[in-house]
Design a binder for this molecule. Structure first.
Ligand SMILES: [Zn+2]
Ligand SMILES: [Zn+2]
Length: 123
């Protein structure tokens, strides 16, 4: 299964070897917890009721995935199910609510985009 050579865990002082990802299992778990704690709940991040309503309305006007690959025709037109931020808002509420920065996306397109952006995070 592992194709890459193992690397030592990035956690200082940890000597575990990791196959893919930056941290050993224990430290990856630890980091996930830290990241989750920093992120807070989805409501705290702005994905509250207001966002659900706003994104639902947006998807009605933008029923098809607007991701680069779909627009370029590499993928068959997919139904948009989530609203994505073209520029990651990272908690910036101006960016978050700026509709110019929104794009309708299919969940699977969105997931592969998120995976690319979060690459190496080991999540
Ligand atoms: Zn470790
Ligand atoms: Zn797409």
């Amino acid at each position: 299964m592992p194709t890459k050579p193992p690397k030592p865990c990035k956690q200082a002082g940890c000597r575990a070897l990791v196959y893919g990802g930056a941290y050993c299992e224990d430290h990856a778990k630890q980091r996930r917890k830290q990241v989750e704690a920093q992120r807070g709940t989805s409501t705290q991040r702005g994905y509250g009721y207001k966002w659900q309503q706003a994104s639902k309305g947006y998807l009605k006007q933008h029923p098809l995935c607007e991701c680069e690959q779909c627009l370029a025709g590499q993928l068959r037109l997919r139904q948009a199910t989530v609203v994505d931020h073209k520029i990651p808002h990272r908690g910036d509420m101006t960016l978050f609510w700026d509709r110019q920065n929104w794009q309708a996306m299919n969940k699977s397109c969105h997931d592969s985009k998120t995976a690319r952006e979060d690459g190496g995070f080991g999540l």
